[in-house]
Write a protein that binds this ligand. Structure first.
Ligand code: ADP
Ligand code: MG
Length: 682
């Protein structure tokens, strides 16, 4: 086997058909395959006696088949195989649906391991469709079994056999990106051991070692990658900006900026005067007024005779920014325009010409602004809003284009400092840690599912007062398949419309919709053409609907604190008292504590710190919106201590060997990761 980029279809034992199925999970190369980490593990090491089986609990049991399996045909498309199994403590009746081959493969008098949920009572235990294998085989029982995220047409069996095959094929060629010295200093296992045991753990201890090693490796690589991006940029020189009288800008605002906003503006302007491209993250809770910080920077840049662009992650957000900023800035002599995917071709051409001629000073839009063959006469500043949707990939892409505008990224995701160092290792950070005066905090309640009717009544009451509501419904996954968000949302919305709110207008939005459809739904909601918006978390990103006064989150236990906080930030943006209702029946102590934190505090940074303390970093990385190529920590887990160690190791190595000549495997992997990230945009 040549290398990890080999197409999976060339792996022994994986044919065209299986390769196609794996493709549905995004697995196309050998590397993808062995990096498809289990979502969780079932500990099936211990087999119980039949008499020890607890109804309702999944367990392994070793039992001998006592009678010939019997097959019956219940109805069309439904065949049943029944067998009776025994051990020295009791009798277990086992049934299998539609697995007719078992009638001939299960043999009377032989012992098998059954793994499944036991039912029944003390006298008679039963199991329906358990996993079964001959005693001693130990493929799916008798050990810690990986449970992979699945999709239709790809079963656990297919995945674990394919991965087994993949691992066997590449055992000899797995490049170790960690230098031996680092590995030894941090007590990390070898790469072959790590991959073997993350998939097929020999023991709980081995699994732990594997996870630790793989998480460390990712963090280590990212720290190095971002630090190198940063130092490369620091060698670039651009003409420094000159001073501008900002008072005419401040004087044109309908309010006074908060001290925190002023500080962020000052920090950004100092960067732009320095002669090195600005790379700054402006972090501020929802509603902290990041837009005006951006506007101040745009004003400064344009008054320096250069152009500026503001990129939003969605069309509707771009339109909102345009509607908010253009009147203000036009009044100050700045020529603004809006460019998005739905701008008619003719207008687009004209805007492109004006940008190239320098006749537009400030362009607002989606990322079409920097990609679709748009050229600027002199682009001095790029602001990206809601940073987590853009991320490193965009930063890398801009750098790759060989242009060095100042960049300011604005994020509403508060991130604890330790994590910020990893996620934004290539950026300077400003924090807006203060809200404009006079904000009413969103009243937050955590309630059990039995409150549904009361919650609906409350929504109805607010709707009668002219308000709107968001309802976030969870994505439920069945049988470890990747959850079907479309189904979850549409079915819940239909139920609400027909059974609960026939007199109100219920709309829905989910991530599987086309961008244009999503925008249409959001626009209609913003215009109050609909009353209730059901969604998954796609509404997390900042559309401003000041009239929405209640956010209901179903199965709130499924969300991380930071995510809950983001969602809550969708309400309380107008003059109306707003509410956030967290519904959960989960009795877990940790969950209860988390939801209590939400009810108690509205400070995003406090919540983020608490989240890190309660759940570890996986939750932050797990949002998968950080744009960091290849980070899979959510799946394999890590802790804050490991984070620090990896960071330290990366810094030490770079100080010793900035070009990574001593570890070519790491240099190679970084090239791949960061080029791929930049490529996804072009
Ligand atoms: P975010 O940080 O979430 O992007 P915005 O920039 O959208 O916040 O600001 C939220 C709201 O607060 C806007 O309506 C904005 O006009 C208003 N705002 C911003 N700064 C101030 C301020 N210093 N005083 C009063 N209102 C402000
Ligand atoms: Mg904003």
């Amino acid at each position: 086997m040549a290398d990890l980029n080999t197409d999976v279809r060339h792996i022994k034992g994986i044919g065209e058909q299986r390769a196609k199925a794996l493709g549905k999970l995004g697995i196309t190369t050998l590397r993808d395959l062995i990096s498809w980490f289990p979502r969780r593990y079932d500990d099936r090491t211990q087999a119980k006696k039949i008499s020890e089986l607890v109804p309702g609990e999944a367990a392994c049991v070793a039992a001998m088949i006592a009678s010939e399996p019997k097959m019956s045909h219940i109805r069309k498309g439904m065949d049943l195989v029944k067998v009776r199994a025994v051990d020295d403590t009791g009798v277990l009746d086992v049934t299998f649906f539609n697995q007719t081959w078992l009638k001939n493969s299960l043999r009377q008098g032989e012992t098998y391991i059954f793994y499944g949920k036991a039912e029944g009572n003390l006298l008679r235990r039963t199991m329906a469709s358990p996993i079964v294998e001959p005693e001693g085989r130990r493929e799916f029982t008798g050990r810690i079994v990986p449970i992979y995220p699945l999709t239709a047409g790809v079963s656990q069996l297919i995945l674990s056999r394919s991965i087994r095959q993949g691992l066997d094929d590449c055992a000899a060629i797995l490049p170790d990106v960690l230098p031996d010295s680092v590995r030894q200093a941090h007590h990390l296992c070898r790469i072959e051991y790590a991959y073997e045991n993350i998939h097929f753990p020999e023991s709980a201890k081995a699994l732990d070692l594997a996870r630790r090693r793989l998480a460390f490796e990712e963090l280590f690589l990212f720290t190095i990658g971002l630090k190198r991006l940063r130092s490369r940029r620091e060698t670039v020189h651009v003409p420094p900006c000159h001073d501008v009288d900002m008072e005419s800008f401040y004087g044109a605002l309908p309010f006074t900026l908060t001290d925190a906003q002023r500080r962020c503006v000052e920090e950004a302007l100092a960067d732009m005067r320095s002669g090195v491209p600005m790379n700054r993250l402006c972090q501020g809770d929802v509603g902290s007024g990041k837009t005006m910080v951006a506007a101040a920077c745009v004003y400064f840049c344009v008054k320096n005779g250069r152009q500026a662009a503001l990129m939003a992650p969605t069309e509707i957000l771009a339109k909102q920014h345009y509607a908010g900023l253009a009147p203000l800035l036009e009044g100050l002599g700045i020529r603004c325009d809006l460019l998005t995917g739905s701008t008619p071709a003719k207008t687009k051409r004209s805007i492109a010409e004006q940008l190239a001629a320098g006749e537009i000073d400030f362009a607002i839009g989606t990322h079409a602004l920097i990609t679709e063959g748009i050229a600027y006469r002199d682009l001095g500043l790029v602001v990206t809003d809601e940073q987590h949707r853009f991320g490193v990939a965009q930063r890398a892409a801009l750098a790759a284009k060989g242009e060095h505008p100042h960049t300011l990224v604005m994020s509403a995701t508060p991130i604890p400092r330790t994590l910020a160092l990893i996620l934004y290792g290539d950026l300077e950070v400003s924090v807006i840690d203060q809200l404009p005066p006079g904000r009413q905090p969103v009243e937050t309640y955590a309630v059990p599912g039995s409150y549904h009717q009361r919650v609906y009544n409350f929504i109805r009451k607010l709707a009668a007062e002219g308000r709107q509501a968001y309802i976030v419904c969870p994505m439920v996954s069945e049988n470890d398949e990747l959850p079907d968000e479309r189904k979850a949302v549409t079915e819940y919305a239909k139920k609400l419309q027909n059974e609960v709110f026939p007199d109100l207008k219920v709309a829905f939005v989910h991530g599987k919709m086309k961008a244009r459809e999503k925008d249409a739904v959001m626009t209609a909601f913003a215009a109050h053409e609909t009353d209730i918006l059901v969604s998954t978390t796609v509404i997390e990103v900042g559309v401003d609907v000041p009239n929405a006064a209640v956010m209901v989150i179903e199965n709130a236990e499924r969300f991380g604190l930071s995510q809950l906080h983001q969602l809550r930030g969708r309400v309380g943006r107008g003059k109306h008292q707003s509410y956030c209702i967290l519904i959960s029946d989960n009795q877990n102590e940790e969950t209860k504590q988390r939801l209590k934190v939400m009810a108690k505090t509205t400070d995003g940074f406090k919540i983020a710190e608490e989240d890190l303390r309660l759940r570890g970093p996986g939750d932050f990385f797990g949002q998968r919106q950080h744009g960091l190529p290849g980070l899979k920590l959510a799946d394999i887990g890590c802790d804050a201590q490991l984070l620090k160690e990896a960071q330290q190791a990366a810094e030490d190595l770079l100080a010793r060997d900035p070009e990574l000549t001593s570890c070519p495997a790491a240099a190679e992997r970084l090239r791949e990761l960061f080029t791929q990230a930049a490529d996804t945009l072009n």
